[in-house]
Design a protein around this ligand. Sequence first.
Ligand SMILES: [Zn+2]
Length: 49
Amino acid sequence: MLSCPECQKEIKLPEKCKKGDIFECENCGAELEIISVDPQKVEIILEEK
Ligand SMILES: [Zn+2]
């Protein structure tokens, strides 16, 4: 199971995802980058402001 680094809820990667893809956590809206697909790993994208 993969969980969101921000809210710790379970997240499901898009079916045809690949390394480097960016998607949004459905629960908290955090932007996540797929850093690895096997094993599945995601990293939160921190916005610099
Ligand atoms: Zn989240």
